[in-house]
Design a protein around this ligand. Structure first.
Ligand code: NAP
Length: 306
């Protein structure tokens, strides 16, 4: 497969490049300096010249709080730019894989979200990503929108690294216990994005690692994996955050009903490490290769990064 990857210098993009290279693809990877997806002419130029079979868009403005202060930029990068990618991919006959987020939901449900649940973004970032979803799907079936959540990888900034840094600096940490999601590791997600590109699956797919937890539980697991006492992490409510965060979305877990339950984030059957709301099992016909792999992902990844 000849694949063009945008946002290739980002946390997810780097692992998507690695997954495609490992699979033997003809990879054309662009970081933000190599291809600004906000430039219609550059996007059309690159895709027309390379004529890829697939375009995997890992580029986005992911600074959720900063998006609140600059909605125009958020919409331009996360929304309108996807139109340029969709247009050019359509003309070249390429399949577009657009990565999206659980922030398109309002977090009000007390169960994991299905792909067909109503969207209702509560933040500028969420609205801009929803605009990107619509742009990706507007030109017909040759696009997959992949919603994922709480993305963590070896590269870039993410909550695992934040918890590890804070745990080295402070004797006690506080994390919210009333926001629940599915931590998802880029090494697991990347081959799924590639597979969806290869299969040219159309429509919306939720792809997360299995099993949900709160930020409080997640932080406790990271601290434990560092060899520290998890009781150093205290639960607090979102309402108790000081100062309050400008982006007040409360994203919750993506469901795994349509497609891609990735390997369990961690095994958390013991009462000492409760993990709320396990995901429903994935339909085998929709998840051909994804249900049987490893466990203890969180601990092993922390080990790699430490
Ligand atoms: N992080 C999460 O928790 C999370 C959760 C759910 C979904 N997602 C989605 O997953 C995808 C990947 O996120 P990530 O965690 O890998 O984020 P990331 O590390 O911030 O990577 C995004 C990349 O996009 C690049 N970029 C920004 N504006 C661009 C532009 N105009 N043209 C080309 N490239 C541009 C950035 O480059 P510069 O750094 O040089 O600007 C960065 O390398 C995004 O679609 C995001 O919305 C992320």
């Amino acid at each position: 497969m000849r694949v063009l990857i945008t946002g290739a210098g980002g946390q997810l993009g780097l692992d998507v490049v690695a997954a495609c290279v490992a699979a033997g693809d003809d990879v054309h990877a662009f970081d933000s300096a190599g291809l600004d997806i906000g430039s219609r002419s550059d996007v059309h130029g690159a895709i027309t010249m390379l004529r890829p079979d697939a375009v995997i868009n890992c580029a986005a403005w992911t600074a959720v709080d900063a998006c609140e202060a600059d909605p125009e930029r958020a919409l331009a990068v996360n929304g309108t730019a996807v139109r340029w990618l969709a247009e050019a991919a359509h003309r070249a006959g390429a399949h577009l894989v657009q990565v999206s987020t659980d922030y398109v939901f309002d977090g009000g449900l007390d169960r994991p979200y299905h792909e067909h649940d109503d969207t209702n973004p509560q933040s500028v970032y969420g609205r801009s990503k929803l605009a990107g979803e619509r742009e990706a799907l507007a030109l017909g079936p040759s696009a997959t929108v992949v919603r994922t959540s709480w993305v963590c990888g070896r590269n870039g900034n993410n909550m695992v690294k934040t918890v590890m840094r804070l745990a080295q600096q402070h004797p006690q940490l506080s994390f919210v216990a009333d926001q629940v999601g599915h931590p998802t590791f880029t090494q697991d997600l990347a081959p799924v994005l590639r597979r969806l590109a290869l299969d040219r699956l159309s429509g919306v797919v939720h792809a997360t690692n299995q099993r949900a937890c709160s930020w409080y539980q997640f932080a406790g697991e990271v601290v434990a994996a560092m060899g520290k006492d998890p009781s150093m992490v205290q639960p607090i409510a979102t309402a108790d955050l000081h100062p309050p965060r400008p982006a007040r979305a409360r994203p919750t877990a993506c469901s795994t009903t349509r497609c891609c339950a990735l390997p369990a984030t961690r095994r958390c059957a013991t009462s000492a490490s409760p993990c709320a709301k396990p995901s429903p099992p994935c339909s085998p016909s929709r998840a051909p290769v994804l249900l049987s792999r490893g466990s203890g992902r969180c601990a092993s990844v922390v080990g790699i990064w430490a």
